[in-house]
Design a protein around this ligand. Sequence first.
Ligand SMILES: Nc1ncnc2c1ncn2[C@@H]1O[C@H](COP(=O)(O)OP(=O)(O)OP(=O)(O)O)[C@@H](O)[C@H]1O
Ligand SMILES: [Mg+2]
Length: 308
Amino acid sequence: MSMIEKIAAKQKEEAMRDKLLSENNLSIIEKAASTFGAGKNISATTVEEIVPEAKTASIKGLNNVSGLKTKRLPLDFARLRHYGIITPEDKKTTITEQFRVIKRPLLMSAFGPNPIKNGNLIMITSSLAGEGKSFCAVNLAMSIAMEMDNTVLLVDADVSRPMIPKILGLEENKGLLDLLLNDKLSVPEVLIKTSIEKLSVLTAGTQHPNANELLASQSMGLLLKEIVKRYEDRIIIVDSPPLLLTSEARVLANQMGQIVLVVEAGETSQQTVRETLRQIESCEVVNLIYNKARSFSDKDLYVTYEPY
Ligand SMILES: Nc1ncnc2c1ncn2[C@@H]1O[C@H](COP(=O)(O)OP(=O)(O)OP(=O)(O)O)[C@@H](O)[C@H]1O
Ligand SMILES: [Mg+2]
């Protein structure tokens, strides 16, 4: 691709994103799930609502970085908005509401009365590239971090195409790959706390030629176990590579408590989604997000896919 073509493609992508963001474009599969033959189970919403006063108080304190005891990375809300990410400054919008609906069943499976094993470890994935994994991962993390009761660790496990530093405006940082290569390094040493008190980030780390192999390695499995144990009270959101294009994503998927499968509206075929669901049927809870739909007038819907 020539430089001019690259610039044109980028402009097109940005224009499309702006257009999508101005519409009600993200919905939760109901029709699609029944088409896929997935079990339909619209979850009850029993997670407690946020106390509005408490939320306002916490949001006011968020940017008071100097007042915080630990040094935290200040997040640039204008930058986040550019990437379509919700921020604590946002009023109630379609997208903030959609992510509230999306997160509830996930929180229930993690910390509800009948929690599932490793339910706090949630992988965001898709069949193919560009379906909106990183967009959904960061928005979900942000939405949960804005709740009073839940702390979130956002992990960038898309080691060959990490997007989280770009969205959050992070410098190059040690992260996942460094932890896998250096026994002496500990998770807290590389964790980045942000100006949103309940949001920490673990980046993909220093680029490495064998990044994909490292992600699929036994060490990664052990590291995930350590993270889940150490941060058992947090929701851990893992942004990951596409499932059908990389074998390491499938290895990762086997270790997750919950999977959120992002499906790009009008792009990903039913057959592709079926094949992906087959690949991850070992995971107890798989949720589908129908992303980038051009218009969606239905009520909030959520479906939990249950493997046959
Ligand atoms: N619901 C949405 N509304 C508006 N823009 C969106 C939406 N979902 C994704 N996008 C945009 O689509 C593009 C691709 O999204 P994203 O980078 O999240 O995909 P991905 O699945 O993580 O891609 P990759 O496979 O390369 O990691 C980005 O420009 C993103 O901002
Ligand atoms: Mg991505």
